[in-house]
Design a protein around this ligand. Structure first.
Ligand SMILES: Nc1nc2c(c(=O)[nH]1)N[C@H]1C(S)=C(S)[C@@H](COP(=O)(O)O)O[C@H]1N2
Ligand SMILES: [Mo]
Length: 341
């Protein structure tokens, strides 16, 4: 991805965090920000998301309770359980190990179709396997269990966790991890929804079996990211004008599970015809693909329906109707309805 695609936000209109009130807890126990008091509507962008990298202040936040407040000086990360030699790392030791700098998108499994709990950042971290190999995992171990300072625990099968892309991250967009995002260290486990990207990790335990926090409540135990396309603009909040030219825009993401996004298509005629959108920012299948499509709102209609789908490199065409597959990640088209005045 070229540098100029990273547009900096010099304004507050979409600086959501300041305006978010956490006022709801869904049946699944996820707190969802549902109330935006965004005043400065005069400076709304015409493309959303309008930058490839999400600012730390705008990055979505989700957790089961309050963020854990950790003093990195006293913090230790241990690797225990079914290992030949338990090991303990300090924050300083981890930061001195050979690091990887990479861009990655995170998405929440509890995100209904079209909601905003997907963001992209640049991270610095150390491959998980570089730490755990020092402890020498016993052959009887089958799962990593990440135990976190807020009481959260997530399990990841060993073969998934040992991939070289799996990182213990300590920097986000050039800063130490913000408290809300897991300071001092979190896991980045690509291909898996946010649930399997634990924050505030204090212990990594090797076990044969484990049922983790969200599995216990019926959520997908492996939580592989499913193919999704979100329309961010227009969002249906404001009526469109007949004859007006608008830019339809959004993001598509497959977490690498379908070979990456090949194309995004838009339909504005109830899925009779599909038109290719322009993918204007992309990097790898582990980051989102940002797309836009210029369109003229038809005259003489009261309502329009805008629909987006993605096609992947392995030949998957995103499935038909939107289904909020409640406990396995939403699938299907995102449809935006807007009235025309
Ligand atoms: N320790 C801990 N890690 C956690 C969670 C949590 O509640 N506690 N929530 C998970 C969920 S559901 C998501 S979607 C991601 C969100 O990460 P973010 O807040 O940095 O966007 O964190 C994951 N890691
Ligand atoms: Mo999540």
């Amino acid at each position: 991805m070229s540098k100029q695609l990273v547009l900096k936000k010099g304004r507050g209109a979409f600086s959501r965090r300041r305006f978010i009130q956490i006022i709801g807890v869904t049946t699944a126990g996820f707190t969802i920000p549902i109330h935006y008091l965004g005043a400065e509507t005069d400076s709304l962008p015409i493309v959303g998301p309008d930058s490839f990298i999400t600012d730390n202040d705008d990055f979505y936040i989700l957790q089961i309770g309050e963020p854990a407040e950790i003093n990195a000086k006293h913090w230790k990360l241990s690797v225990t359980g079914l290992v030949e030699k338990p090991v303990v790392f300090s924050y300083g030791q981890i930061c001195q190990m050979e690091s990887v700098t990479t861009r990655r998108t995170l998405k929440c499994i509890g995100d209904p179709i079209g909601l905003d709990q997907m963001s992209n950042a640049e991270w610095i971290g150390v491959p998980l396997r570089d730490l755990v190999n020092q402890a020498r995992i016993k052959p009887t171990a089958k799962q990593f269990v990440f135990q976190c300072a807020d009481g959260y625990h997530a399990r990841v099968p060993i073969e998934r966790g040992m991939r070289k892309e799996v990182l213990l991250a300590y920097k986000m967009n050039g800063e130490d991890l913000p408290v809300e995002h897991g300071y001092p260290i979190r896991l980045l486990n690509p291909g898996h929804y946010g649930v399997k990207n634990p924050k505030w990790i204090i212990n990594i335990m090797l076990v044969e079996k484990h049922v983790d926090y969200w599995e216990k409540q019926g959520w997908d135990p492996i939580a592989r990211v499913k193919l999704a396309t979100v329309i961010r603009l227009p969002n249906g909040d404001l009526p469109l004008n007949g004859g007006q030219r608008v830019t339809i825009s959004g993001a598509a993401f497959d977490g690498g599970n379908y070979g990456g996004i090949k194309a995004v298509e838009i339909s504005t005629d109830k899925e009779q015809s599909w038109h290719p959108a322009n993918i204007w920012a992309k990097e790898s299948s582990l980051t989102w693909y940002l797309w836009k499509y210029d369109w003229q709102v038809p005259l003489g209609v009261e309502q329009v329906e805008i629909c987006a789908r993605a096609i992947t490199n392995d030949g998957t065409v995103q499935g038909v109707n939107g289904v909020d597959d409640e406990k396995g990640g939403a699938v299907g088209y995102h449809v935006v309805n807007a009235s025309v005045s």
